[in-house]
Ligand binder design. Structure first.
Ligand code: UFG
Length: 338
């Protein structure tokens, strides 16, 4: 299919672009590069621009004869969303609705939407299946859910067909080692742990040691970014053959604590990780583990990189080769502890 990927220069977007191309799809990326990296999408055509630019969207849909959209472009930091909800409502909802308008006006009926486990809020049961109540605890989750909730109505009225994918904790990097995670600021556990291993950070703060979990630290379900990417391809192809609109969780179904992640990273890197035991980070649920049986049963999705060690190994390969992310070598500070 001819696919427009919004936010395709970001972490999950760029891995999805790669999997789409591998599967034989023609991809054009629309990214305003506020967070994304041009270097991450060297295999696809990149158009710099914003997803709320109607004229640009109309032009792209016509010029590339786009048949489907995979929509990543969004703001995605939980803490920032609490501090500044207006930015999240604007970027994640208002701009997304512009995209839907222009899609419908141009007869584009297939959408794969990048959603999040943050739509569930504090879990009532673990593992979390798709029918778990969705009660987001922050504007990030709330805005993703608001967009998701529009989709069935747009389906009924305008024939839009969509799959929303609710990711648990995306991690790892493409095994080829040339694309990976590069956020500024970096807030995610695995890249931060690996930056400590590289001596780019002095230590890692473990946020909370008094959770009701076996070792007191938070439990999360880490899913390899390439497995996430593969699910987008399956979702798109399912829509194209007439499957119904729906929502799927994406996780491995196994949870690891922060301390287990740190131990696995020490093992993979062969380096000690210095930690500071800090207080809880506001808004962090004790444990989040996906029930992802639905996408396995309906689309035949199977994670290939489903153990923590392999996930960290691929991330380590990326971070070791690119300690400063996509930035050039000449921008590195003098000491890198390799
Ligand atoms: N953590 C630390 N120290 C750090 C960073 C993280 O202890 O320096 C802990 C967190 O408290 C959490 C775990 O490591 O328990 C994972 O934290 P991340 O920040 O890597 O990921 P989150 O689980 O907070 O967030 C992820 C996605 C969000 C999404 C959320 C869904 O990154 O986009 O899951 O709940 F909203």
């Amino acid at each position: 299919m001819r696919v427009l990927v919004t936010g395709g220069a970001g972490y999950i977007g760029s891995h999805t672009v790669r999997e789409l191309i591998k599967a034989g799809h023609r991809v054009v990326v629309l990214d305003n590069l506020s967070k994304g990296h041009e270097e991450a999408v060297s295999e696809a055509e990149l158009v710099k621009g914003d997803v709320s630019d109607r004229t640009l969207l109309e032009d792209l849909f016509g010029r590339y004869r786009v048949e489907a959209v995979v929509h990543f472009a969004a703001s995605s930091l939980v803490g920032e969303s609490v501090a500044n909800p207006a930015v999240y409502y604007h970027n994640n909802l208002t701009k997304g609705l512009v995209l839907l308008d222009v899609m419908i006006e141009n007869g584009i009926r297939y959408l794969v939407f990048s959603s999040t486990a943050a739509v569930y809020g504090e879990p009532q049961v673990i593992p979390i299946a798709e029918d778990h109540p969705a009660l987001p605890a922050n504007p990030y989750g709330a805005t993703k859910l608001a967009f998701e909730n529009a989709l069935p109505w747009y389906g009924r009225a305008y024939g839009l067909r969509s799959v929303s994918l609710r990711y648990f904790n995306a991690a790892g990097a493409d095994p080829a080692g040339d694309i990976g995670e590069d956020h500024d600021p970096e807030t995610h556990l695995i890249p931060l742990v690996l930056k400590v291993a590289l001596n780019l950070l002095p230590s890692l703060d473990v946020f909370g040691t008094d959770y009701p979990t076996p070792d007191g630290s938070c439990i999360r379900d880490y899913i390899h970014v390439t497995d996430l990417a593969a699910a987008h391809v399956l979702a798109l192809e399912a829509l194209a053959v007439g499957r119904r609109s729906t929502v799927y969780n994406l996780g491995n179904g196994s949870g690891y604590s922060v301390l287990e992640v740190i131990r696995a990273a020490e093992d993979v890197t062969g380096r000690p990780i210095t930690v500071d035991f800090a207080g809880r980070r506001p808004g962090d649920p004790a444990a989040l583990v996906a029930g992802a049986e639905k996408i396995k049963a309906e689309l035949g999705w199977q994670p290939r990189f489903n153990d923590l060690r392999t996930i960290i190994e691929t991330a380590w390969q990326w971070h070791r080769k690119h300690p400063y992310g996509y930035k050039g070598v000449d921008q590195r500070p003098a000491t890198v502890g390799e």
